[in-house]
Design a protein around this ligand. Structure first.
Ligand code: NAD
Length: 257
C-alpha cells in the first residue's frame, strides 16, 4: 500500500513516516508547507491533490485550516483518508462527512488503542450512572505547544459520555468554570485543560456523586502510539467502501448492547 503523509515535517508526521516503513508499506511522499524541515529523500508536495495522485491512502496530521481543502481533494481522488487533525469547526466536520460519501475516511481525535477502549467505557458509564447524581468533568493536560483546547480527545470523551446519557455534548456542555458561576447545574459536562512542558497527552473522566467518585484516566507516554494506530487504520482501509469510520471499527470493537 502506498501511503502519503500530510504534515510530514510535524511532530506526528515524522513518526507516521517512520511507522509506515516499519509496517512494510510504501511511503509515497509527503505534504509540507514551504519552509518546513521535511525529509529530502521522498517526493514532497504543497497540495494534497498532488500527493493523493500517487497514494492509496493519506495520513493527515496538519492543522484545522487545512481540513476543508483536504476533504475536497480526497472526495475528488476517492482514496482513503486517515484524519487525526483536531480543533475542527462544524463546517470542517460537514466537509469530512460529505467527503465520506465518496471515500473511506477514518477519523479519530486519538489513534491510540487504549483511548478507543476508554471512550467505549465512558459511554457505558454514561448509560449506567444517573446524570443528575454524578457530576461529570473531563480534565486534560498536554505539552505547551498544543494550539487547541480542550483537546479533541477530551471532547470525544465528553461526547461518548453524553451519548451514553442519551443526549449530545452540545446540549449539556458547561461553560468554562470561571467568575461568578453560581451553583453547578445537574447533568452538565465540564472541561478543564492544562498546558505545560512536554506532556504527550493525559485525560481523566471524573464522575463525582455525594458518596463516591470514579476517575477513569488514560496517559499517553509516547506519541508513537498515535502514529502506529494511524498506520494501522490506513492498512485497514484497503478495499473498504466509502464511509466515516473510527478506531472502534479498525480495532473490531463492537458497540455495547
Ligand atoms: P505540528 O505543528 O508539529 O505539525 C503539523 C504540521 O502540519 C507542520 O509541519 C505544519 O507545517 C503542517 N501544516 C500546518 N498547516 C498546514 C496546511 N494548511 N497544509 C499542509 N501542512 C500544514 O503538530 P502535531 O503535534 O504533529 O499535531 C498535528 C495535529 O494532529 C494537531 O491538530 C493535533 O492536535 C493532532 N493530533 C492528533 C492525534 C490523534 O491521535 N488524532 C495525536 C497527536 C496530535
Amino acid at each position: 500500500m502506498r501511503i502519503g503523509v500530510a504534515g510530514i515535517a510535524g511532530r506526528m508526521g515524522r513518526l507516521v513516516a517512520e511507522e509506515i516503513l516499519a509496517a512494510g508499506a510504501t511511503l509515497s511522499g509527503g505534504l509540507a508547507l514551504p519552509g518546513d524541515a521535511a525529509p529530502s529523500d521522498i517526493p514532497l508536495f504543497t497540495t494534497l491533490a498532488d500527493l493523493a495522485a500517487i497514494s492509496d491512502a493519506i495520513i493527515d496530521f496538519t492543522h484545522a485550516s487545512a481540513v476543508q481543502p483536504h476533504a475536497a481533494a480526497i472526495a475528488h481522488a476517492h482514496i482513503a483518508w486517515v484524519l487525526g487533525t483536531t480543533g475542527l469547526s462544524p463546517a470542517d466536520q460537514a466537509a469530512i462527512t460529505y467527503a465520506a460519501t465518496t471515500a473511506p475516511i477514518i477519523q479519530a481525535a486519538n489513534f491510540s488503542p487504549g483511548v478507543a477502549l476508554v471512550l467505549a467505557l465512558a459511554e457505558r458509564l454514561g448509560a449506567a450512572l444517573p446524570a443528575d447524581a454524578y457530576d461529570a468533568d473531563i480534565l486534560e493536560m498536554h505539552h505547551r505547544q498544543k494550539v487547541d483546547a480542550p483537546s479533541g480527545t477530551a471532547l470525544a470523551l465528553g461526547a461518548a459520555l453524553a451519548t451514553g446519557r442519551g443526549t449530545t455534548l452540545d446540549a449539556v456542555r458547561l461553560p468554562p468554570n470561571t467568575g461568578h458561576t453560581g451553583p453547578r447545574p445537574p447533568g452538565g459536562i465540564g472541561f478543564a485543560a492544562l498546558r505545560g512542558g512536554q506532556i504527550t497527552g493525559e485525560h481523566s473522566l471524573v464522575l463525582t456523586a455525594d458518596d463516591e467518585q470514579i476517575v477513569l484516566t488514560h496517559k499517553a507516554f509516547d506519541r508513537r502510539s498515535f502514529a502506529r494506530g494511524a498506520v494501522r487504520a490506513a492498512l485497514w482501509s484497503a478495499g473498504k467502501p466509502p464511509g466515516l469510520y473510527g478506531m472502534t471499527n479498525v480495532l473490531g470493537m463492537e458497540p455495547h448492547p
